[in-house]
Design a protein around this ligand. Structure first.
Ligand SMILES: Cc1cc2nc3c(=O)[nH]c(=O)nc-3n(C[C@H](O)[C@H](O)[C@H](O)COP(=O)(O)OP(=O)(O)OC[C@H]3O[C@@H](n4cnc5c(N)ncnc54)[C@H](O)[C@@H]3O)c2cc1C
Length: 444
């Protein structure tokens, strides 16, 4: 069996390693136009900030690939002949395949702003983007970051680390309004303020202005302001990279359409990770998942199917985590940004404005917990998932809150204060506690 994988990101590499484990004799080829070897995309910012070197973000040493008999091809896949099962590369090679996985990732979105192609204007997705950012921000004094999401705050932190003033434009009235409730967004805003990062809310990019050499010199906003800058970072989202699939006549919508076995409409051609769109996502799940861990899960799942063990993709309880300057964030399950019919929310915030916990639970008894947001607190993933999956009542969760505490030893413990706040907000279902070495017992 010859498995060809387009894309050596987390999805493609996880599939390759899964197939190698399940099918030791399989011939496996990974094609990538970005880098010869797999690296951790999520760690790009730390290379710019000088915390890690490029070789530190490669999860495997270069000798690993020949040792695992994984052939690496550094080229662009340009076309497909599904009848003869051939993949064509830009170097003229035609690769025969028995099974083909498209794990082509995402592309940064651009919205056709005037001036978006000027020198010094870019997004951050790939290694070439990182190199361009290092080159074009060298010696500058101010960069404008467009976008109030995860990559927006990363870009601001990256510039800040090199003493370049970032000015952040956020379309909504608060940071990451589609995901974070205003209280959590306020904690992120405090991080911006403490790091002297100016943020302009309710402000969009209108135009990027260039100088005589074709380099960015300023942006104009929808608020009518002109902000002088020498670099612009566009962090306005990503979309699935479907270029190859479209050229090959594979069915696509926003992403490459797949069934629950991650099969496309062509025989022996699969798609997984950021580029895939589920035709029928399970209830409460999104059709396109653009996360590191979902890419890994999809890569592993499709690897089983390719090896003759058909395995439907089931994501399980949603989770995500991030860091906004010094503020860690975790979310589990259903945690909407706005009030939702049938759901109640308990919110606690430490007076320092550096820790907060929000727990979402069903309004009707027995008040089953459905989701969590944690800011500045570390929760144990396995415990939160178990509570959500087991449909645990909020009173039980509150009484056992210490079981989810994943903060390192000697960090302040907040469970007593959190439960006291819960009892004040929901006096009709009091939770009484006594502390036992970080765990809590509940007494009615
Ligand atoms: C800066 C940044 C920070 C992030 N931080 C987080 C985070 O903290 N947590 C999180 O969960 N997610 C994060 N993400 C998202 C996460 O990195 C992606 O969801 C994940 O990497 C997608 O993996 P993938 O393997 O599906 O695709 P990719 O990693 O995009 O890999 C696809 C590869 O295929 C190559 N390719 C595409 N088409 C072709 C072709 N025709 N021929 C040859 N090669 C091709 C591409 O060049 C690319 O190298 C971040 C993303 C970015 C950009």
């Amino acid at each position: 069996m010859h498995l060809v994988i387009v894309g050596n990101g987390i999805t493609g590499v996880t599939c390759a390693l899964t197939v190698r484990r399940l099918h030791p004799e399989a011939r496996i080829t990974l094609v990538s136009d970005e880098s010869a070897h797999h690296y951790s995309r999520t760690a790009l910012m730390y290379v710019y900030m000088g915390h890690l070197r490029l070789q530190d973000i490669k999860p495997y040493e270069d000798w690993f690939w020949p040792e695992q008999r994984l052939s690496l091809v550094h080229a662009t896949a340009t076309a497909l002949n599904p009848d003869e099962q051939l993949l064509f590369l830009n170097d003229g090679t035609a690769l025969p395949y028995d099974q083909l996985l498209l794990a082509t990732g995402s592309k940064s979105k651009r919205y056709g702003w005037p001036g978006q192609h000027l020198a010094g204007v870019q997004s951050l997705y790939s290694l070439p983007d990182l190199e361009a950012m290092a080159r074009d921000t060298h010696g500058i004094s101010r960069g404008v970051v467009v976008g109030g999401g995860l990559i927006g705050v990363e870009l601001a932190e990256m510039l800040h680390s090199r003493r370049i003033e970032p000015v952040v434009l956020v379309r909504d009235g608060h940071y990451w309004a589609s995901v974070l409730p205003p209280a959590e967004a306020h904690l992120v805003d405090r991080q911006f303020q403490e790091n002297q990062v100016p943020v302009r809310y309710n402000t969009e990019l209108q135009e990027i202005l260039g100088d005589a050499q074709g380099r960015v010199r300023a942006v104009r906003t929808t608020a009518g302001d002109e902000i002088a800058c020498q670099w612009v970072g566009l962090a306005t989202g990503v979309r699935p990279n479907i270029a190859l699939a479209t050229a090959a006549g594979i069915e696509t919508d926003q992403g490459i359409l797949v069934d629950e076995l991650l099969r496309t409409n062509l025989p022996n051609v699969y798609a997984a990770g950021d580029c895939a769109q589920h035709r029928q996502p399970a209830a409460g799940e999104v059709p396109i998942e653009q996360l590191w861990y979902t890419g890994r899960m999809q890569g592993e799942t499709v690897g089983h199917t390719i090896c003759g063990q058909p395995t439907p993709y089931r994501r399980g309880v949603w989770f995500n985590s991030a860091k906004f300057f010094n503020l860690e964030y975790q979310t589990y399950g259903q945690a909407p940004a706005v009030a939702t019919a049938g759901l109640q929310q308990f919110y606690w915030e430490h007076e320092s404005g550096r820790q907060a916990l929000r727990v979402y639970f069903r309004a009707e008894a027995p008040h089953v917990v459905v989701g969590f947001n944690a800011m500045g607190l570390r929760l144990r993933q396995v415990v939160c998932e178990q509570w959500i999956q087991a449909r645990t009542p909020i009173a039980t969760v509150m009484a056992q809150l210490g079981a989810a505490n994943f903060d390192p030893e000697f960090f302040p413990q907040h469970e007593l204060a959190i439960v006291a706040a819960f009892n004040r907000q929901f006096p009709e279902q009091p939770v009484l506690l006594k502390q036992r070495k970080g765990l809590f017992a509940r007494f009615r």
